[in-house]
Design a protein around this ligand. Structure first.
Ligand code: HGY
Ligand code: MN
Ligand code: MN
Length: 415
């Protein structure tokens, strides 16, 4: 039977496994593989198998991350951690997360095929919950590994009302043992992640890979607007207290405020009107706000403007509004020596070592609690992501893989 490494082209090997993993999904368009679901279980078991074939000791940890260790020459650690997330948004592409997991695994498989061990260990992690799609608990997998897991996560509920605590138990995990997932910082010498760019820069510059300088900070909030439900046919327009129109005006204010600040983006991605009937003026509306900026002080100032606009619009329209911040993540710089080593690695593989920030969030924001972090971006078609249209080429994936492998093989085991 052909073995994984029989295919000499790393790009083709990696894309083949991204396709295989991408087929482990709920039915529907694209990939939907949510945290602690049967699809998570099947994908995790597949990754454990692949890691074992690459010479790693692999297991599913206390929060459902898949962890594989390729021990050092002396056996054991300390470990350079690499990987990405295995969960997805709904109707996702095949590469947001899995490309980093499979490429990291491919690097280890290539070393293993050569019988090569390094002065340090390599730990490949497939984080079970980076997106937070099911429980709105983003970075939950990496926060367990860095010992930042709190009851705020365990009490989070999915759309059926099931708590994360109960979902972990149903998955066969014991919430009381979550602290065992935390790493000893002395055992970790760095974190490096390969990820699709999810933006247009590399394509515009016609480059296969780029090196990330920093990950933008993000504020996520849920807004509740309460008006008075009423008959759509009888209430004159001037006498309405319509929360949906207030929410619409607030969404436009988010757009205006974000557009007025450099390198800042604002999105209303979720909105729900209740009772949600064609002939009823809604009584209440809930919606999300996702605000990001490369500079934390800019993000906080912009969010304060949004909160002010929410109250001004609500009082003008005779409705009430509450804003609940559900996530506040500081921007996260990549370690300067990781950036320069990744630039050297990119150059060695024939790519120009371009630097660029990440507007998307990544597990590195949590992993930076343990050690320095670095990120490699791989060009994706038209920058599209969080969509079944996500697309990469085997050539660019091979360039990303050789950049990551060069970084790993030349990494000095200092912290
Ligand atoms: O939202 C993000 O930036 C990432 O996809 N979790
Ligand atoms: Mn994503
Ligand atoms: Mn991602």
């Amino acid at each position: 039977m052909a073995s994984y490494m029989d295919e000499p082209d790393a790009g083709k090997r990696i894309l083949g496994r991204c396709d295989e993993l991408g087929r482990i999904s709920e039915p529907g368009e694209g990939v939907t593989r949510l945290y602690l679901t049967p699809q998570h279980r099947t994908a995790a078991e597949t990754l454990v198998r692949w890691m074992g074939e690459a010479g790693m000791d692999a297991h599913i940890d206390e929060v459902g991350n898949v962890v594989g260790r390729y021990h050092s020459q002396a056996g054991g650690g300390p470990y350079l951690i690499t990987g990405s997330h295995m969960d997805s948004v709904i109707n996702a592409g095949r590469y947001d997360g899995p490309l980093g997991v499979i490429t990291s695994l491919d690097c280890v498989a290539a070393l293993n095929a050569r019988g090569k061990r390094l002065p340090f260990g390599i730990e490949v992690v497939a984080f079970g919950d980076e997106e937070g799609t099911r429980f709105r608990t983003t970075l939950a997998g990496s926060r367990a590994i860095t010992g930042q897991y709190g009851d705020d996560l365990l009490n989070a509920k999915d759309d059926t009302g099931l708590t994360l605590r109960d979902a972990l138990s149903a998955f066969g995990l014991d919430p009381a043992r979550i602290p065992e997932a935390a790493r000893d910082p002395n055992d970790v010498i760095g974190y490096v992640e390969l990820h699709i760019e999810q933006g247009p820069v590399l394509q515009a510059k016609n480059l296969p890979v780029g090196v990330v300088t920093a990950i933008s900070g993000q504020t996520r909030a849920m807004v509740q607007v309460k008006g008075s439900a009423n008959h759509a046919g009888t209430v004159p327009m001037g006498m309405r207290k319509d929360p949906l129109l207030a929410a619409s005006e607030i969404a436009l204010a988010v757009e205006r405020i974000a557009s007025s600040h450099d390198n800042t983006v604002g999105t209303v991605g979720f909105i729900k009107a209740e009772p949600g009937l064609i002939n009823v003026i809604p009584g209440s509306v809930s919606f999300s706000i996702d605000l990001r900026s490369q500079k934390d002080e800019v993000r906080k100032a912009a969010f304060a403007e949004v909160e002010k606009a929410v109250q001004e619009i609500a009082s003008k329209r005779g409705v009430t509004a509450t804003v609940e911040v559900i996530l506040d993540l500081k921007s996260c710089p990549c370690a300067p020596d990781f950036v320069s080593r990744l630039q050297a690695a990119a150059t060695s593989t024939g790519s120009e070592p371009i630097l660029l920030p990440s507007g998307a969030g990544h597990d590195g924001m949590a992993m930076s609690q343990l050690s320095g972090i670095g990120m490699i971006f791989v060009r994706c078609k038209d920058g599209i992501s969080h969509s079944p249209e996500e697309s990469v080429t085997a050539g660019d994936v091979a360039a990303g893989a050789s950049t990551l492998l060069h970084f790993i093989e030349n990494f000095q085991g200092n912290r």
